[in-house]
Write a protein that binds this ligand. Structure first.
Ligand code: GLU
Length: 309
């Protein structure tokens, strides 16, 4: 039996001299203010044990990791019909690229690039005012994490609303191709608030535990999705979860995962554990630099890669 706390402690110790590496996202002004000198890592196992090191109890902006939760809600609403609106292939492009969207006539490559996530948000909004859709997501994430203290950071949402020109471009494009049912400013209002969900590593690992445990959260007994759906969401995270760095993440870490420009990475060791790493400095493709290194060390030391130990 691996002593997980010892593994986490050794990773923390080895990475401590490197904390601060990478570049904090600065295209969202509110995120640019975050102190880069932070690192947290949490692991929650399917038998309900929680292991943490570093700043695992400091809330951070989960940004694109929220796309996993929104996707889960959208699949719950429209099931496989979702795939008429968005594809399931890795993009090989930056998270906010517009070029591919024009080529593919407004149908985004996958639900984890920005365009795809904006289409997914539009699906979840059906029959709801924007405020209600935000409320639905927040309730869902609190339920998953079994923690009512999860919040949305309105300053981050506002900051992105004021500067999210590329996302407005992507959304207008999709609306022109009739792949958005709601007004662009409503959809982006919801999208920016979902990205502004503020969670700690520990909350995030708990919230995503259902993906490691065949669709149910063993800590709460809540059944969230079927085993088949959990498997499929994991497949999408493995192939598309890290923008243009997805192949590299599979190569080095070998776990389904989703990153965000706030410096968080959520990952799943199917049947074993869910994991959240956070360090705000990003590498050149926009993934947490130390977060990715920490996950590579964790996968190597536990033998958890889905490709074998
Ligand atoms: N809210 C960010 C954006 O849309 C999310 C990007 C990310 O985390 O990848 O630009």
């Amino acid at each position: 039996m691996t002593d997980l706390q010892a593994v986490l402690d050794s990773i923390h110790k080895e990475l401590t001299p490197r904390i601060g590496e990478g570049k904090v996202a600065d295209y969202i002004p509110e995120l640019a203010k975050i102190d880069a000198n932070q690192f947290g890592l949490s692991v929650v196992t399917v038998d309900g044990k929680v292991y943490s090191v570093g700043h695992a109890d400091v809330p951070f902006s989960i940004q694109s990791i929220s796309k996993v939760f929104m996707l889960t809600l959208a699949l719950g609403k429209v099931g496989e019909g979702l795939w008429k609106r968005v594809g399931r292939e890795p993009s090989g492009s930056a998270f906010n690229s517009i070029v591919q969207l024009e080529h593919e006539q407004g149908i985004p490559r996958n639900p984890f690039i920005n365009a795809g996530a904006i289409a997914v948000t539009d699906v979840v909004m059906a029959g709801h005012a924007p405020r209600e859709a935000i409320g639905e997501l927040l309730r869902f994430v609190r339920y998953l994490a079994d923690d009512e203290s999860v919040t949305i950071d309105d300053r981050v949402a506002k900051s992105e609303t004021q500067t999210g020109y590329r996302n407005f471009a992507l959304a207008n494009f999709m609306r022109a191709y009739r792949n958005l049912d709601h007004p662009v400013d409503h959809v982006l209002g919801v999208y920016f608030h979902q990205c502004a969900l503020s969670m700690t590593c520990e909350q995030l690992a708990r919230a995503g535990l259902f993906l490691a445990a065949r669709g149910s959260n063993p800590m709460t007994g809540h059944s969230v999705v079927s085993p088949k759906r959990a498997r499929r969401i994991n497949a999408l995270m493995l192939t598309c979860g890290h923008y243009d760095g997805s192949g590299d993440f599979a190569y080095h870490v070998g776990l389904p995962g989703k990153s965000g420009v706030g410096g968080g990475i959520f990952a799943v060791a199917p049947g074993i554990a869910s994991i959240a790493a956070w360090s705000p400095g990003l590498n050149e493709v926009g993934n947490s630099q130390l977060g990715a290194v920490a996950l590579e060390m964790l996968a190597a030391r536990t033998g958890w890669s889905v490709f074998g130990d």
